[in-house]
Design a protein around this ligand. Structure first.
Ligand SMILES: Cc1cc2nc3c(=O)[nH]c(=O)nc-3n(C[C@H](O)[C@H](O)[C@H](O)COP(=O)(O)OP(=O)(O)OC[C@H]3O[C@@H](n4cnc5c(N)ncnc54)[C@H](O)[C@@H]3O)c2cc1C
Length: 409
């Protein structure tokens, strides 16, 4: 059975986890990756010894799949405080979970981000979601996140000041039109664990998965252009035949009959600056720009060592037509006006067109795993855009292939 030839298209988190599961069952798959490195959308570049993630994203340590497949100690996680620092026209206020970080109690109580009732409702929502299972969360009725927050009784003030900037930065869309299931899932994960980034960047996550692989082969610069039954056709003209093919990426360009229904995506831009003045956030906390007119949505320092050369990450979510130079100038003005941050030296900008799948409805697990007896699917676009789901989809696809092999033997 172990002689079965299994080809995986894509070395993102879903493809890597699928390979781990297949190896655990005695198989030696080959991964074909179009890029020259692993990790897919979880990637980082080094700049003067500091890891710049290609798009701001965090690992939520409560993710069940991350707990299963990752060793958090080895990732050397830098954890964010469970709250946010809001900036608006040089005024700042803090809101956070006082049950986890007691220093949040006074600022949260007195912050004018929302009413006392709003803060009580955040506490109540957190307690309710902690009691619900993920299956219950994903079985709940779906509406937009904005509708959910309104129906829950949150005031317009807290929605505008906190929920919109905070969750725009997570959903990568500014209207909170993302499913309320996704909101509850993410809120629950935030309530039950930490938001963290490995000190050496998010790419440490796929790297750690890669280190678990022993017999898997990875071939880089192999872009698949079509998959048909047992054959993969590559851009360079070569073809490959396998007993099973797992497509661990958006398959709509590869499977002819899926072409009319490509996945829609949310995009984002992540700008990095070197700060030549003392930091305006002296701790590991996410800063939000709550003015609805700013392009800059959230900021954080990559390190807070106290030097003047700290690297600042800025996420832009809103759509715009500015050139990169215009965007940089605009963001610099906003950071000066709202956060009092001047003297920012532009380092680089990541423009990520396909960041998160824009799904009208989300699910806990892949909605489709087996496409045919030989073709299987994985990837976050099959259920919901998260690291947890990407990993889970890889596991589900590997299990489906194993079941198929079992059935045939
Ligand atoms: C900016 C940004 C912010 C995010 N924020 C968060 C967050 O805070 N928390 C969270 O949990 N998740 C977040 N995510 C989502 C998370 O990164 C993804 O859910 C996860 O990485 C998806 O993994 P995947 O394996 O499904 O897909 P991908 O990472 O897209 O992997 C697919 C792989 O297939 C390769 N490939 C594609 N087409 C072909 C082809 N034709 N032939 C060969 N190879 C191919 C690609 O190069 C890639 O390596 C964020 C993502 C981005 C980009």
């Amino acid at each position: 059975m172990a002689k079965q030839k299994i080809a995986i298209i894509g070395a993102g988190l879903s493809g890597l986890v699928a390979a781990i599961c297949l190896e655990e069952n005695g198989f030696s798959p080959t991964i074909y990756e179009s890029d020259d490195r692993i990790g897919g959308r979880v990637r980082s570049d080094m700049y003067e010894g500091i890891a710049l993630d290609c798009g701001f994203q965090v690992l939520l340590t409560a993710y069940p799949m991350a707990r299963k497949y990752l060793d958090y100690d080895l990732l050397n996680l830098r954890k964010f405080l469970p709250g946010a620092l809001l900036f608006n026209k040089r005024k700042r206020s803090k809101i956070g979970d006082p049950l986890r970080t007691s220093s949040f109690l006074i600022p949260t109580l007195f912050s004018n981000v929302g009413s006392l009732g709003d803060k009580w409702k955040i506490f109540r929502l957190s307690a309710t979601l902690k009691k619900k299972s993920l299956h219950e969360v994903f079985a709940s009725p779906e509406k937009t996140t904005l509708q959910f927050l309104t129906d829950y009784g949150f005031s317009k003030r807290i929605i505008a000041n906190f929920f919109i900037p905070f969750f725009s930065g997570i959903f990568l869309e500014e209207h909170l039109s993302t499913s309320s299931r996704m909101f509850q899932f993410v809120f629950k994960m935030f309530a039950e664990g930490d938001a963290a980034i490995p000190t050496n960047g998010m790419q440490e996550i796929p790297k750690q998965l890669l280190h678990k692989l022993r017999t898997t082969t990875i071939q880089f610069a192999q872009k698949a252009i079509k998959v048909d039954d047992k054959t993969i056709y590559f851009e360079n003209g070569s073809t490959l035949t396998a007993d099973f093919i797992l497509i661990a990426t958006d398959p709509s360009q590869l499977l002819i009959d899926l072409a009319p229904t490509p996945v829609q995506w949310h995009s984002t831009q992540n700008l990095y600056f070197k700060s030549t003045m003392p930091v305006v956030i002296g701790e590991a906390i996410i800063g939000l720009l709550s003015d609805p007119d700013t392009l800059a949505n959230n900021i954080h320092y990559k390190t807070v060592k106290g030097s003047l050369n700290e690297i600042l990450s800025v996420t832009v979510v809103k759509e715009h037509r500015l050139s990169e130079a215009e965007l940089v100038a605009n963001v610099q003005t906003e950071l000066s006006r709202h956060c009092g941050l001047n003297g920012l030296e532009f380092v680089r900008c990541y423009d990520i067109k396909r960041a998160l799948p824009n799904l009208p409805s989300v699910a806990i697990d892949s909605r489709i795993v087996k496409y045919s007896d030989t073709i299987f699917l994985a990837g976050d676009h099959l259920a919901n855009g998260s690291i947890n789901t990407a990993m889970r989809s890889g596991e589900l696809a590997a299990n489906a292939i194993l079941n198929e092999i079992q059935k045939r033997s």
